[in-house]
Design a binder for this molecule. Sequence first.
Ligand SMILES: *Cc1c(COP(=O)(O)O)cnc(C)c1O
Length: 524
Amino acid sequence: MSERIDRAASFGQNLYVDTRGAAGEPVPFTEAVINGLAVGGGLYVPQELPSLTVDEIARLAELPYAERAATIYRAFNIDLPDEVIDGLMGRAYGDNFDDAAICPITSLDDDTHILELWHGPTSAFKDMALQCLPQFFSASASALREAGALDHEFLILVATSGDTGKAALEGFKDADGVRIGVLFPDGGVSDIQRKQMVTTTGDNVRVWAVRGNFDDCQTGVKRIFSDEAFAEQLLAEDAIALSSANSINWGRLLPQVVYYISSYAELVAAGKVAAGAEIDVCVPTGNFGNILAAWYAKQIGVPIDMLFCASNDNRVLTDFINTGTYDISDRAFILTSSPSMDILVSSNLERQLFELTGRDPEAIRQWMADLSEKRCFRVDPATFARVRENFSADSVDNATCLATIKAVLDEYDYLIDPHTAVAFAAAQNLRGENPVLIASTAHWAKFGDNVYRALHGMEPGEALPADVAALTGCELNRLIAEETGKDDIPAGLANLDGMEVRFTDVIDGNVGAIESAAQAFLRR
Ligand SMILES: *Cc1c(COP(=O)(O)O)cnc(C)c1O
């Protein structure tokens, strides 16, 4: 252990503490990435945040995106050599994105700027983190291995309702020392999402359809993570440890901090915002990861005034921001037109509350205990005041979401996906004088069915006409492209019908079935 701390010390002093104060000694970046969750259930946050001047931020615009990201990682003093960081960032943000700017900004008018986070290989914003984290995961593992602190490889297991699985597969395919298995509900994801997953290339990947719904997949995977006998057996017989690399991993959050800093630099360089002038940022939120990243960017020095939290009908976060009470005791999980934000327990809120309490692990332990016992917690007045200083929130129902897609196309000739539409509609309700940067989290062609409903004035969830319902996801997207003149369907989505299906296994969702599928994959 002391050897590892020494390693960190030689690169700077930025160690990671955990939100519940239960994990003991702080750890360096590499260990925070490998561990994911801290012992005791807390989440890692860096002991110190860097601070950048507006001038330093603006100058980032002179660099290509990969170098901006490397600059910010270095400012965080992570325990990897500079040239290693440069190399990893070059691989994370290169021609795997279909735009040289990586996440370009489209301005709809002088004060409404759309940050397009979907130019990566899977056309959803999770690529921004999942093209980067696996590079750092492999490098962290090999650094720890060299230091004698690690003597095994990893199996990443992911349960997905659609977007995350494919982004994780693309990120981890062919990564050193890692294998990845993804479980999705059989019949529970769109045609596009299923084909994206089962056609994934790479030698270290496996995909299973599970009989059941997403909850069955998720519960199965969670049980495996708590099956200690299985973990011991994998380690002893296969030299493999399980890992989840899910959105509470600090290594997924930091790449998201980068794009909020970078996009301010872009706005200034393009003359759209005066250096130092404040902007507001609006984020369609589920797990609170993306909006928390914007809050960190603000702490580091980006002139962000308000953070707008945009919810769909699963409005637990909006209610929390408006009342100070997080309550899921009597809240049903609602299926919406923006499914990637359908969530009840928003895990990254824990980090935000840790920060807003002035880093009080005792308060966090109490609230998280209340959440698991009473399905409800209430923050103290001082913390609530800080929430209100930083955030405002609104929820957008399905009908408004679909109407917004149509209205934005009609007014700006710009086609957005349902998640971006939730953010756009919330921003219209919450905005004041400042220019607004709206996080656009998916390409429209990932959610063609709801885009079709929007453009044809259909009700949310209404059955598509028989001839349209008979189309594959790719064919439906081509129809929409013809109708709208938006022929910008990303190659990774356009060609799915012609790609080889590599994975056809359908398994049961119980622990035994998943564990034997995982073992068969490891020993093939
Ligand atoms: C995951 C996802 C979100 C929600 O992001 P969080 O970080 O969980 O808040 C929003 N939109 C899309 C398209 C997503 O895939």
